[in-house]
Design a binder for this molecule. Structure first.
Ligand code: 6CS
Ligand code: FE
Length: 325
């Protein structure tokens, strides 16, 4: 295995939340962090190497072909058009409409409204709110693909519906999900994958997902300490955990930017560390998708690596614990 980077330039500027942990066992008090982030000043290196392989279950049989696994390994994502269609798609779209129209969710912390406005932007923990979505998250075509990628048993770390209403839906800044899950949720290593089923057509103008192919192969430490209760702000507009422009520029020079456009019912599988973002919805057509994040069971979250305290469970589920509103 490649050596862990312990460069002093990182150690001095990163607040060692882990060192102040009062937890018994003290496993966290001396833990080294291979993926340090949330620095108070710019780290010397633009990125660090990734330690985990991207594809860990190549030998397992499953729905993904060798060529699809190669593409995922190389680019950090894969689009499978027409994953759901016909009556099944219509049933899901109705279920999502029903969930997004639940008035009583609007005032709850697991529903996130637009930065300016009252429209629901994200609804979390949806596999616990809806049996239909739980069933979708257990679809053998999904769990089979996830197993080929991660190579072991998984649980759902996070689930959500994202919704960008026509004209009003705002975008998401560039980020790696793993950077947040590691810093704020204590996810130790890169053994997670996101599955996003697009529930509306995604086109150039309604704010489709944009990704930087190949960016998942490195870890970009970010500048900016994590404020207390950062999630209250970051889910509306992420400001910490956003890579610097120099790193972004270099990675985009190498890999470019790809947006995923396609018809409702398509599936995007993406690595937990691939850099991604999306623009505001400038069209009349709403854009929505449902996300499940699968994390390998042996990679269960610990104490956060770079945040004052853990986030609420609706953002970071425990492997063997159910959740209810
Ligand atoms: O906070 C999270 O878990 C997810 N949401 C945002 C806006 N960024 C990081 C991660 O994708
Ligand atoms: Fe994300």
């Amino acid at each position: 295995m490649a050596p862990i980077n312990t460069s002093n330039s990182y150690a001095v500027v990163q607040k060692q939340y882990s060192d102040t942990s009062e937890l018994p066992g003290a496993a966290y008090t001396t833990r080294r962090d291979p993926y340090p982030s949330r620095f108070s000043e710019s780290p010397k290196k633009l990125w660090l190497e990734r330690h985990e392989p991207v594809i860990k279950g190549r030998e397992l049989s499953g729905p993904l072909s060798a060529a699809q696994l190669d593409e995922f390994e190389e680019k950090g994502f894969l689009f499978l058009p027409n994953f759901i269609h016909g009556a099944a798609l219509e049933e899901l779209r109705q279920e999502i409409r029903k969930l997004m129209n639940q008035e009583e969710y609007l005032t709850r912390d697991f529903s996130i409204t637009e930065p300016q406005g009252n429209e629901m932007r994200s609804l979390f923990a949806v596999h616990f709110l809806s049996n239909t979505l739980k069933k979708l998250s257990e679809d053998p075509r999904l769990t089979g693909a996830v197993k080929q990628i991660l190579g072991g048993e998984t649980y759902i770390h996070q689930s959500r519906i994202n919704y960008k209403p026509g004209f009003a839906g705002k975008g998401f800044n560039w980020h790696s999900d793993f950077e947040t899950w590691h810093a704020e949720d204590g996810m130790p290593a890169m053994h997670a994958v996101s599955a996003s089923v697009i529930m509306t057509d995604n086109h150039e103008f309604n704010g489709p997902l944009m990704l930087v192919p190949g960016s998942h192969k490195v870890f970009v430490p970010c500048v900016g300490e994590t404020p207390e209760n950062n999630f209250r702000h970051s889910l509306k507009r992420q400001e910490v955990g956003v890579p610097g422009e120099q790193a972004l520029t270099r990675l985009i020079e190498k890999g470019g930017i790809e947006s995923v456009t396609g018809e409702a019912g398509g599936l995007i599988l993406f690595d937990c560390n691939v850099l991604h973002a999306s623009n505001a919805n400038m069209s009349p057509d709403p854009r929505s998708n449902v996300f499940f994040v699968y994390n390998r069971r042996d990679n269960a979250c610990q104490q956060p690596f770079a945040a004052p305290g853990p986030r609420p469970e609706f953002l970071a589920h425990h492997s063997d614990k159910s959740w209810s509103p």
